[in-house]
Design a protein around this ligand. Structure first.
Ligand SMILES: Cc1cc2nc3c(=O)[nH]c(=O)nc-3n(C[C@H](O)[C@H](O)[C@H](O)COP(=O)(O)OP(=O)(O)OC[C@H]3O[C@@H](n4cnc5c(N)ncnc54)[C@H](O)[C@@H]3O)c2cc1C
Ligand SMILES: *[C@@H]1O[C@H](CO)[C@@H](O)[C@H](O)[C@H]1NC(C)=O
Ligand SMILES: *[C@@H]1O[C@H](CO)[C@@H](O)[C@H](O)[C@H]1NC(C)=O
Ligand SMILES: *[C@@H]1O[C@H](CO)[C@@H](O)[C@H](O)[C@H]1NC(C)=O
Ligand SMILES: *[C@@H]1O[C@H](CO)[C@@H](O)[C@H](O)[C@H]1NC(C)=O
Ligand SMILES: *[C@@H]1O[C@H](CO)[C@@H](O)[C@H](O)[C@H]1NC(C)=O
Ligand SMILES: *[C@@H]1O[C@H](CO)[C@@H](O)[C@H](O)[C@H]1NC(C)=O
Ligand SMILES: *[C@@H]1O[C@H](CO)[C@@H](O)[C@H](O)[C@H]1NC(C)=O
Ligand SMILES: *[C@@H]1O[C@H](CO)[C@@H](O)[C@H](O)[C@H]1NC(C)=O
Ligand SMILES: *[C@@H]1O[C@H](CO)[C@@H](O)[C@H](O)[C@H]1NC(C)=O
Length: 633
């Protein structure tokens, strides 16, 4: 038996109080990353602290013995699932929670307040939740909720029918509300030793359900919010200012902080996306990308808990293979990142412009598309000038269409410079008789421009899915390849599918260390997203055939214009054919090899992740969601 005090307080809780155990657990040595550990990173799991457990207890929480120790519990080739006899008993979960210092949360679906079968049932709360459902903040602040309920399995949506069914479904069974590294190590060791499915959830933005899974233990990183400024970071390839951010830091937080410090931080356009989580690990495009490349390119060091439970500093010197793989090779795949150190860029002025134009009495569909075509012709010039543009083209009825510039983000352009850049297109629109009223404003810093240009987006629709393509520069090089590109996009919208797209380039800047981000990003000029949707009452088989038609027919037209290009894994189609080529390109073989080295038992699984072809989720409704057992293929 372990000492009573240990069980009562938890390894972690005791360490935090600074008593005897703390000297064992609190690791005072600085990181080799070139910057000090965060407070949360000084609390680490050690052999010494584990040795205070009885043998039977420590068997659940020990580190992996060695790299060739492939022994793993499983249930007929599947991860151990709730209800299986191998599922850890109540006392084990209690012990785990005690070791975590009380940070274990048993999942209650976010919408449980709408259902009389749950003790959380509360009609008022349900009403509030229903009105807030499309706000990303409520999902980010929940230990298990995700923003694409379709891929959870739609097992507990907001409803006015209190007697309908709400189950935990594809949400993780438990989540650890992480506030230090030792808790992540305990969770990783426990999931590995017990043969459980493990998921990492940060904000839950992932388009393909990568942050959720039935029967899983979740590691919820949202509360790792520390930010440090490093005035003069030094590495072999960089000397200068950098920021170190905790895994839970969101875009709006780092942007605000960097602005205060007098810099521009690299993050996405989405306000609440987790910068150091899935965003940067999957590559990460940014309003600054046309000048500075991907967010992953900016990462100089990471602190990571690996599948064997060990906490490692990953830099170009200390672990060059992982440094390459984890920056762009995808979230939830190689380990749990606790922080990243990232370059920051100087402050820069930005002109933000929004406008719309539509078909109407004086604008036929052909005229409208001539206006769009004139814009598309200018993608090389605009991206080469360092600008980023987010625009939508929507079908609004038979032969009626709307174009929305949402916004044009002209980095390092004064109003006059922006107007000069955009003038040839505006002139074409005017010549076509298309009327539009641009609202263009210059901001002397990124933060204010971004705040003005990118309002909080709505999330959590359960009646749609997306697909995308990174169209390469070659598609603009000849009249026929340009026509084919234009025609494919035109046809998609004319058939009623929306186009939400980014004119952007994302080359690796000179002198930056190469990484595993999708090579298709390096020569793209257009990251285009489209989506399909269905009625709320559609049956599963109707949804399935919609999805398949979308993947095989709608998106195939895009692929046909650039068969060797790819798609951005983080804003994509979960059914993307040959996802290895599309999301990872020529990097896949090396990524797969490294996956086998660092995670030989497949502890980390995410749909369409590296190595995911070795696993299958046996989903209950037959859709490609996470509501089912995870089994070896
Ligand atoms: C509204 C909206 C706007 C967006 N805007 C942009 C944009 O401008 N640019 C862009 O590139 N992308 C954008 N995205 C896509 C976004 O980058 C991805 O959804 C990304 O995966 C989100 O990462 P997260 O950590 O916030 O989300 P989560 O869903 O919590 O996690 C995503 C994946 O990363 C893994 N992960 C999370 N944290 C860690 C960690 N600490 N260690 C290891 N793995 C981890 C998870 O397991 C999961 O596989 C947007 C998405 C939405 C919904
Ligand atoms: C430890 O586990 C062994 C084998 O599972 C069992 O025989 C023994 O009774 C356990 N001891 C305690 C103290 O639980
Ligand atoms: C690795 O661990 C396994 C299982 O504990 C053990 O059988 C094996 O001998 C170990 N190998 C080495 C090289 O230590
Ligand atoms: C509410 O849900 C129950 C259980 O699924 C179902 O039988 C009933 O028809 C539903 N009521 C309404 C009004 O949809
Ligand atoms: C998670 O832990 C933090 C402390 O790190 C605490 O403030 C927060 O309330 C906890 N959240 C939940 C949902 O338990
Ligand atoms: C259409 O064109 C006519 C003639 O130029 C003009 O008077 C009218 O205002 C235009 N209508 C719209 C909706 O722009
Ligand atoms: C901004 O543009 C000026 C020229 O107008 C150029 O000299 C400068 O290098 C640019 N800055 C960045 C960060 O690209
Ligand atoms: C113009 O855009 C800015 C954001 O850049 C916004 O604050 C302002 O309200 C807009 N003005 C009009 C007239 O739409
Ligand atoms: C491209 O399309 C335009 C407009 O439809 C047409 O005039 C031109 O001949 C086409 N060029 C090629 C090479 O297909
Ligand atoms: C589903 O809902 C749509 C409206 O959203 C309605 O037109 C249709 O009849 C419904 N179908 C069934 C089978 O209930």
């Amino acid at each position: 038996m372990a000492p009573r005090s240990l069980i009562a307080g938890g390894l972690v809780a005791l360490a935090a109080t600074g008593d005897a155990l703390a000297t064992v657990q609190r690791v005072s040595t600085g990181s080799t990353s070139g910057a000090a550990f965060f407070e949360s990173e000084t609390l680490q799991l050690t052999e010494a602290s584990l040795s205070q457990l009885s043998e039977n207890q420590s068997a659940w929480f020990d580190f992996a013995k060695n790299d060739s120790d492939l022994h793993t519990r499983s249930f007929g080739g599947c991860k151990v699932f709730p209800g299986d006899w191998l599922w850890p008993s109540e006392w084990v979960w209690r012990l785990f929670d005690e070791l975590l210092g009380g940070a274990l949360i048993k999942t209650v679906p976010l919408a449980a307040s709408c259902y009389s079968s749950w003790p959380e049932y509360d009609a008022n709360e349900c009403e509030t939740l229903t009105s807030e459902w499309t706000n990303s903040n409520i999902h980010a602040a929940d230990p298990a909720s995700v923003m694409w309920p379709l891929f959870e399995g739609r097992t507990c949506l907001p409803t006015t029918n209190a007697s309908a069914s709400c189950t935990v479904g594809g949400y993780s069974s438990y989540a650890v509300n992480v506030s230090n590294v030792a808790q992540i190590q305990l969770a990783v060791n426990f999931a590995r030793n017990a043969g459980l499915r493990l998921v990492v959830k940060n904000t839950g933005h992932d388009f393909n359900g990568k942050s959720t899974g039935a029967g899983a233990l979740g590691i919820w990183t949202h509360n790792l919010k520390e930010i440090d400024y490093i005035e003069n970071y030094r590495s072999p390839s960089y000397q200068g200012p950098a920021v170190k951010l905790g895994a839970g830091v969101q875009a709006y937080e780092i942007y605000e902080k960097a602005n205060e410090l007098g810099f521009t931080a690299i993050g996405g356009e989405g306000k609440t996306v987790g910068v150091a989580g899935g965003y940067v690990l999957g590559g990460g495009h940014s309003p600054m990308s046309s000048i500075y490349g991907l967010a992953a390119d900016h990462v100089l060091a990471l602190e990571v808990v690996l599948a064997n439970g060990r906490f490692m500093t990953v830099t170009e010197e200390s672990n060059p293979d992982l440094f390459w793989a984890i920056r762009g090779g995808g979230g939830g795949t190689f380990g749990v990142v606790t922080s990243v150190i990232s370059r920051v860029q100087p402050k820069v002025g930005v002109t933000v412009s929004t406008f719309t134009f539509s078909t109407g009495t004086n604008v036929s569909a052909d005229t409208f598309w001539a206006g769009v075509r004139s814009y598309m012709k200018r993608f090389p010039a605009h991206a080469n000038a360092g600008t980023y543009a987010y625009f939508w083209v929507l079908s609004t009825g038979t032969d009626s269409f709307t174009f929305m510039m949402n916004p044009f983000f002209a980095v390092n352009h004064t109003l006059a410079q922006y107007n000069a850049l955009i003038k040839p297109w505006y002139n074409d629109l005017k010549a076509l008789g298309i009327s539009f009223t641009p609202n263009s404003t210059y901001y002397d810093n990124f933060y204010d421009a971004w705040n003005a240009g990118f309002p909080l987006e709505t999330v959590a629709s359960s009646v749609m899915m997306t697909g995308s393509r990174l169209f390469p520069r070659e598609n603009w090089e000849t009249a026929s390849s340009f026509n084919a590109t234009f025609n494919a996009l035109h046809e998609t919208v004319a058939n009623g599918y929306s186009l939400l797209a980014f004119n952007v380039k994302a080359e690796l800047p000179d002198g930056y260390t190469p990484n595993s981000a999708n090579p298709a990003f390096r020569n793209t000029l257009l990251h285009a997203i489209t989506s399909t949707s269905w009625d709320a009452n559609a049956t599963n088989s109707e949804i399935k055939s919609k999805m398949e038609d979308f993947t095989n027919n709608v998106l195939d037209k895009w692929r046909a214009t650039c068969p060797d290009a790819g798609a951005y894994m983080s804003e994509s189609d979960i059914l993307e054919p040959n996802f290895q080529q599309a999301f990872y390109g020529s990097n896949y073989a090396r990524l797969y090899k490294l996956k086998q080295r660092y995670d030989p038992t497949g502890l980390f699984y995410v749909p369409t992740g590296v190595g995911s072809e070795n696993w299958v989720v046996k989903s209950e409704d037959g859709l490609p969601d996470q509501n089912g057992r995870l089994c070896r293929v």
